[in-house]
Design a protein around this ligand. Structure first.
Ligand SMILES: [Zn+2]
Length: 280
């Protein structure tokens, strides 16, 4: 009997070109690659460049170069193509627009005219750790259409207050979050007419038929939000596998500000990827 070698596993790595990738990104992405390899599946590279102000073309080329240097190999992505492209989020705007319309028709979202100042005054901190998005108090839930005329607004997803969102993480086990307690009505479309991370991520993971999402544990609460979006749009839900976050020697979570630990700097200093991975 001949066993088929291909599998239906589809994983992805989804960096934002807003700075140089650091060792923390590499570690999470490496887990994603290893899991795709172990399953005999496909790894997709998605360029999350929706933030027009912060995304820079030079960071895209640096990202690709640094990923290749580190040993990443993806089968679908911006330069290699594939059946589920385009793989640059900036080229997928119309797909997100469609999704927004669908949510609007379904009554899952509402326009919010709150200014940054209003939000600062009205929001409260979430209970969930690792989530720095304040809980929106629902001020604009009952706005009438006339109140948004000539006003700048974003679109928010109306969460089902009091509902418990539970899922089993492939790495961290059972998780649960309370809608309205751990997170509130969240933005799906920004005031500057850009799809928010939550919407773009769900739409793309579904459209690219991703079967498992591997990402940092700081996004656990976002997974709860996204599960509500999957449900509202009637999309198939992938598996989730969240990785512990990498911290520096002082215990501070790595960010793009940690220049000495950027892949670029490590390479310039003569470090070898295999040795860096060996230290994990
Ligand atoms: Zn509002």
């Amino acid at each position: 009997m001949i066993l088929a070698k291909h599998s239906s596993y589809r994983g992805r790595i989804a960096p934002s070109p807003t700075g140089y990738l650091h060792l923390g990104h590499a570690r999470t992405f490496w887990t994603a690659q290893e899991r795709a390899r172990a399953a005999g599946g496909v790894l997709v590279l998605r360029n999350e460049n929706l933030d027009r102000a912060r995304s820079k073309p030079e960071f895209v080329s640096a990202m690709i170069e640094d990923l290749r240097w580190f040993g990443f190999e993806w089968q679908e992505g911006p330069h290699v193509g594939g059946p589920f492209g385009p793989y640059n989020q900036s080229e997928r705007y119309s797909i997100y627009r469609e999704a927004l319309k669908k949510l609007e028709r379904g009554g899952s979202i509402y326009p919010c005219i709150c200014s940054r100042k209003d939000l600062q005054a009205a929001t409260r901190a979430p209970h969930a750790e690792d989530d720095n998005e304040p809980i929106y108090p629902g001020t604009c839930r009952e706005l009438t259409p006339s109140q948004t005329v000539n006003r700048k607004f974003c679109w928010r997803f109306r969460v089902s207050d009091g509902e418990t969102i539970a899922f089993t993480d492939g790495n961290l086990g059972p998780q649960q979050f309370g809608a309205g307690k751990d997170f509130g009505d969240f933005v799906v479309w920004r005031t500057d007419d850009v799809p928010a991370y939550q919407l773009a991520c769900v739409v793309d993971d579904a459209a690219m038929q991703i079967t498992e999402v591997v990402r940092g544990a700081d996004l656990l609460v976002s997974t709860a939000r996204q599960l509500l979006l999957y449900r509202a749009m009637g999309l198939p839900v992938p598996e989730f596998y969240h990785c512990p976050l990498v911290t520096d020697e002082a215990g501070v979570r790595l960010s793009k500000r940690h220049d000495p630990l950027s892949l670029r700097r490590l390479r310039e200093c003569g470090q070898f990827p295999a040795a860096l991975r060996g230290a994990w």
